[in-house]
Design a binder for this molecule. Structure first.
Ligand SMILES: Nc1nc2c(ncn2[C@@H]2O[C@H](COP(=O)(O)OP(=O)(O)OP(=O)(O)O)[C@@H](O)[C@H]2O)c(=O)[nH]1
Ligand SMILES: [Mg+2]
Length: 432
């Protein structure tokens, strides 16, 4: 099956915890603070690898967690940062946040990177909290939690080879017999309304992605018929497979068909004619096909043209065709894809999207037992970074909450002295 849409879980590494430690010196019972900072958690980074064409690999691995930073040590030793987790994706991958629907990254070009889930920063050790008033603080931060999110990966139409030709020449039929794709097939024109994609896998393990386009007709380049809307989709294909109906059943001359389609490709102006073309002479099972093919070759008069007589319906001639396509794909370079505006790109050539959400710092709700529940990204983050083993940390947390206006908001919601307040799995009493 062709995978072009997958849901994945990513998590940046948590920052390492800061350390509370003191220098031990001869004759000094209690030296200065010497607790080091925790290391930064690793990021989950996506990088475009042009060797990948599909999202197949994500069928087997759907969880990506970057390692955490090491904790800080005594003697002001900082924890090592977690190594980034680098995940390869094919060109054309669009990454979206499941919860918000926002596009996080649009990954187009080989080597382009985007940080998908940032690792948390390391918590500060107690050395960093020393002040003249508090020269030996018993206070440190825990590491910041890494960003955690569910994302979807979508692969834009990114076929290696595209099937073009008049309506009803058998493009969809051909796609259906060389891949697992199940496009609609019928004997009327414009059966295919949007492109279909299929993964073609040869016996020798080689694979490529084949796209089936709506039929083209004369004037397609200026919007006649359906195909013009989709010519863009073959912008990224390296090889064009031009399907010609050799049966002559519709009363057209196969060679005229061939010229008409090429004219449209040329006029469409995406340099489509610069791509190598393979000519597929289809419907060779029909009575007049042999004769028509002979005439076609005479008129074409090109010894070097790659022509493959096949019958999609009886599945004959397919192997030779598919091997020829893979051979051509191996020797044909990528065509430049749509250029990215320079200003969207930083010096690492990664497209950055701002996806910091505008959310309230905290939210107050009530539990069934009457407790006030504090939630929200900022306050939960503060909570997770607080080391409740140390009074000074707890007091700092209380100060930070007051600074955010939590106390006032609780009072406004009717909280009284002694009421229970809850954050995640932690409870404390509201004190006036
Ligand atoms: N005899 C014969 N008929 C074929 C062959 N391939 C396709 N057909 C028939 O041709 C008709 C059109 O086939 P499709 O595959 O839908 O053609 P298409 O090129 O995708 O057409 P559009 O989507 O309308 O552009 C169908 O009735 C098929 O059964 C073939 O090799 N031999
Ligand atoms: Mg079709």
């Amino acid at each position: 099956m062709f995978v072009d849409h997958v849901k994945v879980y990513v998590k940046g590494g948590n920052g390492g915890d800061g350390m509370v430690a003191f220098r031990r010196e001869k004759y000094i019972a209690y030296g200065g603070p010497a607790g080091g900072d925790g290391g930064k958690g690793g990021d989950v980074v996506f990088i475009v690898d042009e060797g990948l064409r599909t999202l197949m690999d994500f069928r087997y691995q759907r969880h990506f967690k970057a390692p955490r930073g090491e904790h800080g040590g005594s003697k002001n030793m900082h924890g090592k940062g977690g190594v980034d987790m680098v995940v390869k994706v094919p060109p054309g991958t669009i990454v979206k946040d499941v919860e918000t629907g926002d596009i996080i990254a649009d990954l187009v070009e080989h080597g382009q990177t985007a940080v998908i889930a940032k690792g948390g920063r390391g918590g500060r050790g107690n050395s960093r909290f020393a002040t003249p008033q508090n020269p030996a603080p018993e206070l440190s931060e825990k590491g910041e939690p890494g960003v955690e999110r569910e994302i979807t990966l979508e692969l834009k139409v990114l076929a290696d080879a595209g099937l073009v030709g008049f309506p009803s020449v058998g493009k969809s039929t051909l796609l259906s017999v060389v891949s697992a794709a199940k496009p609609k097939i019928a004997d009327y024109h414009f059966t295919t309304l949007v492109p279909n994609l299929g993964m073609v896998e040869l016996d020798n393990g080689q694979t490529f992605v084949l796209a089936d386009l709506p039929g083209l007709i004369e004037g397609a380049h200026e919007g006649i018929g359906l195909g013009h809307q989709f010519l863009r989709h073959i912008e990224r294909t390296r090889v064009i497979i031009h399907v010609v109906d050799m049966s002559g059943l519709e009363g057209r001359d196969p060679y005229e068909d061939f010229l008409t389609i090429n004219e449209e490709l040329e006029r469409y102006n995406l340099r489509l004619m610069e791509r190598p073309q393979i000519i597929v002479a289809n419907k060779m099972d029909m009575p007049d096909a042999e004769e028509n093919l002979k005439l076609f070759k005479e008129k074409l008069n090109d010894e070097e043209a790659l022509i493959f007589p096949i019958s999609a319906i009886t599945r004959t001639g397919l192997d030779q065709l598919l091997f020829a396509v893979t051979d051509l794909l191996e020797t044909t370079p990528e065509f430049p894809m749509h250029e990215i505006e320079d200003e969207d790109m930083d010096e690492n050539r990664s497209v950055l999207y701002k996806h910091e959400r505008e959310t309230a710092d905290f939210k107050i709700t009530r539990d069934d037992d009457g407790a006030f529940v504090l939630s929200g990204y900022t306050i939960e983050r503060l909570f997770k970074m607080t080391d409740f083993n140390f009074d000074q940390s707890v007091r700092k947390f209380a100060r930070q909450m007051r600074g955010m206006g939590v106390d006032d908001a609780l009072r406004e919601r009717g909280a009284k002295d002694g009421d229970t307040v809850r954050i995640l799995d932690f409870e404390f009493e509201f004190l006036e």
